[in-house]
Design a protein around this ligand. Structure first.
Ligand code: MEV
Length: 310
């Protein structure tokens, strides 16, 4: 009988500083209590089944894509002669700013390590192998997505320096986070390249000022989070929102969602992750979260009120 192992990895939500983190600013990100789950079956068949929220894909290892490339890479690293089969289920939208590629990279590394080393991998192993997958998908990742899913909790991060500070929970009093998926799918790699192009179209001193400004906003937001001051965090979110608009990651539908969220009484909202589509997140008083959820769900959007995973 073929052996099986199972594991899971969380989604992530960038609260402040995405894109600018690729260029040196700090950023804040949280791991969420919604997961990609998987089972690895050591049957030598190389069959891959991936269930998304709205469809299922089935193929075998002979197909060339980022998943099969990573599975072949891990098979080599773990000296596996005949490729195992995988069953994966995403319980959150993919290619939508919630860290699906980092989460999948972490999950696949955990599954291979559990099956072929008989134990959970050390964090360093997930960083080492997972960053390979992130490079296939992103081209130029800052590393924040993988750090968030590996460390859990809420982190303050800088590229090249890693996790600068971390807390286990987010206590914002009566304010709650709400995540709304626009349903528009996009490529993180292309968006990172576009933003890099836009930033590099600016004179160097202005580019530096913009990145430094975001870094100050992130620092202000991080202090607000640690003090549980949701009004100051809301100010940081709004400022970050306008700078993300400035570097071109919004689409009319994303603007519509932000405006709808604010019209319903939300405190602040912005794109999360690479933008261009994907998810918006916002802060809202607990008394109106239900109204926001039913308004957007009624219009066919995936809406989620997360808890922090740590
Ligand atoms: C993607 O989740 C976050 C970006 O800042 C890219 C990165 O940091 O690798 C857009």
């Amino acid at each position: 009988m073929a052996y099986k192992v199972a594991s899971q990895s969380p989604a992530k939500l960038i609260l402040l500083g995405e894109h600018f983190v690729v260029h040196g600013s700090r950023a804040v990100s949280a791991a969420l209590d919604v997961f990609v789950e998987g089972v690895l079956i050591d049957d030598g068949m190389g069959n891959i089944e991936i269930s998304y929220l709205d469809h299922v894909e089935r193929y075998d290892i002979s197909r060339d894509n980022v998943v099969t490339r990573f599975v072949k890479f891990l098979s080599q690293e773990y000296d596996v002669d005949s490729t195992p089969s995988l069953k994966i289920r995403f319980n959150f939208p993919t290619s939508a700013g919630l860290g699906s590629s980092a989460s999948l990279a972490s999950l696949l590394t955990k599954l291979f390590h559990k099956m072929y080393r008989g134990e959970e991998p050390q964090k360093e192993v997930i960083y080492n192998f997972g960053s390979k997958f992130e490079e296939y998908v992103h081209g130029n990742p800052s590393g924040i997505d993988l750090s968030t899913v590996v460390e859990g909790g809420v982190i303050l991060y800088r590229r090249g320096e890693g996790v600068l500070d971390r807390i286990d929970s987010l206590d914002l009093g009566d304010s709650h986070i709400v995540v709304i998926d626009s349903g528009i799918r996009r490529s993180t790699g292309k968006l990172v390249a576009n933003v890099t192009y836009n930033l590099h179209s600016l004179p160097e001193d202005i580019r530096k000022d913009v990145i430094d400004l975001v870094d100050s906003i992130v620092s202000y937001g991080w202090s607000s989070i640690k003090e549980g001051d949701s009004q100051s965090l809301a100010n940081a979110i709004k400022s970050n929102h306008y700078l993300l608009k400035y570097i071109g990651v919004y689409k009319p539908k994303l603007d519509e969602i932000v405006m709808g969220f604010m019209d319903l009484g939300g405190i602040a909202a912005k794109v999360t992750g690479a933008g261009g589509g994907g998810c918006i997140y916002g802060l809202a008083d607990k008394d109106i979260v239900r109204d926001i959820e039913s308004y957007f769900r009624g219009r066919g959007y995936w809406v989620y009120t997360p808890k922090i995973y740590f």
